[in-house]
Write a protein that binds this ligand. Structure first.
Ligand code: PGA
Length: 253
């Protein structure tokens, strides 16, 4: 069966001591719940990835993630971070195509397909983000926008490769706005994505891919969202910066 995942995207927050402190708090909230089948992922800014990984010290069920990576393996790309560098910190996941990367850094589906390849080639798992903006939700275009993001970013992959991909549906209008997609709205899109996966790779592969919901997930709404059949967890922004809230979201399964 597919994994349940709760991933915290810290975005551009937390200095080194703050990142270590937050990791320690989250760790101590999780410790003693070793039976939990929820995979926890912490995505600090890349400069603190190594420290967070070190702090996790290969703790079972908790992994570090990068928020972005270069599509290139190495070389003269000032300011960039490669997937091998990410891997060498002990991190196991890389968030790819977050809407802030798409919007503020002009990342296209084509570029994200290359980044996804780089992540998989290093033996890491991409958390591939997709989601519509408000106008696309209102005009009803959202289904085709998301289908195109999934198709262009991921459907060049083999069935074996896509099993290592996690997909995150994050409606842009719900990110950091306090406005969450209703469980029904989220479930509708998750089911569409899973159907799309089934159409391309078959039912068995589609059933094995975890699809996370992101966009103003908090302790008060996580339970209802995670109860939906095709919602396998969350990608959490704001609420992942407070250990108590993040831990309550993990406990919402
Ligand atoms: P949010 O962010 O939880 O603060 O809405 C989610 C995300 O951007 O991944």
């Amino acid at each position: 069966m597919r994994k349940k995942i709760v991933a915290g995207n810290w975005k551009m927050n937390k200095t080194l001591p703050e990142a270590i402190e937050l990791t320690k708090e989250i760790k101590s909230n999780i410790e003693g719940k070793e039976n939990s089948d929820v995979v926890v992922v912490l995505a600090p800014p890349s400069i603190n990835l190594s420290a967070v990984s070190h702090e996790l010290n290969e703790m079972t069920g908790v992994h570090a993630a990068a928020q972005n990576c270069s599509e290139h393996a190495s070389g003269a790309y000032t300011g960039e971070v490669s997937t091998e560098m990410i891997k060498s910190t002990g991190a196991e996941f890389v968030i790819i195509g977050h809407s802030e990367r798409r919007e503020y850094f002009g990342e296209s589906n084509e570029l994200l397909a290359q980044k996804t390849d780089a992540v998989l080639e290093s033996g890491l798992s991409p958390i591939y983000c997709c989601g519509e903006v408000l106008e696309e939700r209102k005009s009803g275009e959202y289904a085709s926008v998301i289908a195109s993001q999934v198709d262009k970013g991921l459907f060049h992959l083999s069935a074996e490769a896509i099993k290592n991909v996690v997909i995150a549906y994050e409606p842009v209008w719900a990110i950091g706005t306090g406005e969450t997609a209703s469980p029904e709205q989220a479930q509708e899109v998750h089911q569409l994505i899973r159907k799309q996966l089934a159409g391309k790779y078959g039912d068995e592969v589609a059933a094995s891919v975890s699809i996370l919901y992101g966009g103003s997930v908090k302790p008060a709404n996580a339970k209802e969202l995670f109860a939906q059949e095709d919602i396998d967890g969350g990608l959490i922004g704001g609420a992942s910066l407070k250990a108590a809230d993040f831990s309550a979201i993990i406990d919402s399964f």
